[in-house]
Design a protein. Structure first.
Lengths: 100, 478
């Protein structure tokens, strides 16, 4: 067999990827009236969006019980926390922004 | 992302605000963390805030009540196969196989190579990989793990590059793991030699060119190993030509593609990408008296070798000394630099860093890493900096600016959380401090770093600062 026709086994450089079981989203709210919804404002930037949003949400959706919270500084673990354990006990729905 | 997903999985319906160009990355991150794509709306990068919010606020709220789709209720399973042998065929066929690309809709259908950096590679046949594995005593099926504790912080842990000794290294953005054989395979593809294996494995331990998923920077080798593998220490130290410097840097880039799974705008929401990963050595022999080697700064012994990761590729700047300008300053106090420093007619050595110090932090904070030519390091030493630490402390002292000026910087808006966090040195609220309160642009003198290397015309480079734990031992991977 000519060298050019020799068959080689060639190795896989791709890293080992674990399969991950996929879960559904949680069921949606049946209505907005009387629900406790947290607007979790991400750390720092995008105030151009978040300042009007936190003003407009309660104005436009007064039937919701709003909890507006602010994350800890960016680049900290706390900064990635959208709901504290206490907030999670009483929150029916979450809005988080802006997520980079 | 894992925290956000845990909320949704705990039964709290959620909706997020992102940007349209991040959508593919969002979906990939959800899949990687085991959940159907979480609901999101796209903010605008351009439209003024109130108008922007008005355009999607009702969609935002609707996402909390609109019934789930079938795919949201039953996301398709994600099964991955991890075959050891990727291809069988002739060398010609293998070349074509490894060079294949796929068109990426999120990149305006630009093709991206599935296994390479876009350039042809050496085909990783079993025979060549076996030969490459002779460069290390570690077994082919050994998982790449941290050789000592890496505690870079909780957030960093979820962004990669951190774990306890013995924990597997997860390559970002896809959080894959790798064996020693995978590193040898990539080494073959990049054109490396067996004697490069200890360094390749140390680079893999550092995260393998992946960084937090958006690509790493450069790798500086400190120690006798650099001479063993015949790295270039001199002129063109960042450029092409030397087999070790270039092929090892390329291997780091191939790790990002293959181990990290980098696909721009699909798995990685970066911006410019990271330029060619460089690997170059520190020049021990050229260090001025009293100046520590890089490895000693990281508590390695002088006869040991390590690789230090530095941020490079986004912001390399240089001292912009035109031919002769630096020499005129130091030899006889002539020229514009001498006029700025107020040493006209006075022979040097002078502290040439004074030339740019006033605007070193004009548009960004943090430490700086200097790639410093031997001659320029020597001049600083003779001028009076008897150690690297003395330079670091001088830079720190010079980085102080009044709060009034510091407040005109952009990034503190984010990391101070809109100036609501306490100022670290005083513990007081930022907004309570007087305008003339002095703030350092560098949090710690030792975020600065000096690497003496290179040769040629008198010009130094600088880029972003270093991390405390960014050195990785090479000898443990021999």
């Amino acid at each position: 067999m000519a060298e050019k026709d020799k068959i080689y086994k060639c190795l896989n450089p791709v890293g080992i990827q674990e399969s991950v079981e996929q879960h559904p989203l949680s069921p949606r709210l049946d209505k907005l009236e009387g629900k406790n919804i947290t607007l979790s404002i991400g750390a720092g930037g995008e105030q151009g969006i978040l300042i009007p949003l936190r003003k407009m949400l309660p104005e436009r959706y007064p039937q919701v019980n709003w909890n507006i919270s602010f994350a800890a500084p960016h680049a900290t673990k706390e900064g990635s926390i959208a709901l504290t354990e206490e907030e999670a006990k009483t929150t029916d729905g979450l809005i988080r922004g802006v997520v980079w | 992302m894992p925290h956000l997903i845990s909320i949704e999985r705990a039964g709290i319906p959620s909706v997020f605000i992102i940007f349209e160009d991040q959508d593919e990355c969002w979906k990939e991150a959800c899949k990687l963390n085991g959940i159907a794509p979480m609901r999101r709306i796209w903010g605008s990068r351009h439209v003024p805030g109130p108008e922007d919010v008005d355009s999607w606020i009702d969609d935002l709220m609707d996402a909390l009540v609109r019934p789930l789709t079938e795919e949201e209720k039953n996301p398709p399973p994600w099964k991955v196969s991890n075959e050891r042998i990727l291809f069988e065929g002739t060398l010609q066929e293998a070349h074509e196989f490894y060079q294949q690309s796929e068109k990426i809709p999120a990149l305006m259908n630009a093709p991206i190579c599935k296994y390479t950096d876009g350039l042809p590679i050496v085909v990783p046949t079993e025979e060549l990989v076996e030969k490459m594995l002779k460069g290390t005593s570690h077994k082919p099926d050994e998982i790449i793990t941290y050789q000592k504790d890496r505690k870079l912080g909780d957030r960093i842990q979820q962004m990669g590059s951190s774990g306890k000794a013995g924990d597997p290294v997860h390559f970002m953005p896809m959080k894959r793991t790798a064996t020693v054989e995978k590193i040898a395979t990539i080494g073959v593809m990049a054109g490396c030699k067996p004697e490069h294996m200890p360094l390749l494995l140390a680079i893999a331990e550092s995260g393998g060119g992946c960084g937090d998923g958006r690509g790493g920077g450069a790798y500086v080798v400190s120690g006798p190993y650099a001479k063993e593998i015949e790295m270039n220490f001199d002129t063109n130290v960042l450029g092409p030509g030397n087999p070790a410097n270039r092929s090892i840097g390329r291997a780091a880039e191939l790790m990002w593609r293959n181990l990290g799974g980098n696909i721009p705008n699909v798995t990685n929401c970066g911006v410019w990408g990271s330029g060619l990963h460089n690997c170059f050595p520190e020049n021990d022999d050229a260090l001025p008296p009293g100046w520590a080697t890089l490895r000693e700064e990281y508590d390695f012994k002088k006869d040991e070798s390590c690789v230090v990761t530095i941020q490079m590729g986004f912001s390399i700047r240089n001292t912009e000394f035109m031919p002769g300008g630096y020499r005129e300053l130091q030899k006889s106090g002539h020229g514009g630099i001498a006029r700025r420093l107020g040493v006209k007619g006075i022979p040097g050595p002078h502290n040439w860093m004074e030339y740019f110090i006033d605007h070193l932090w004009a548009d960004g904070e943090g430490g700086k890493t200097f790639l410093m030519l031997p001659e320029m390091a020597r001049d600083l030493q003779i001028y009076g900096f008897k150690s690297k630490d003395a330079v670091y402390e001088w830079l720190y002292d010079k980085s102080f600016m009044p709060l009034k000026d510091y407040r005109t910087h952009q990034s503190p808006d984010v990391w101070t959380n809109g100036w609501k966090a306490p100022e670290p040195r005083s513990g007081k609220n930022w907004l309570e401090l007087p305008e003339d309160y002095m703030v350092p642009a560098v949090a710690d003198p030792y975020q600065n770093c000096i690497i003496v290397t290179g040769g040629g015309e008198e010009m130094s480079l600088w880029t972003g600062g270093r991390g405390r734990e960014s050195a990785y031992g090479i000898d443990v991977w021999r």
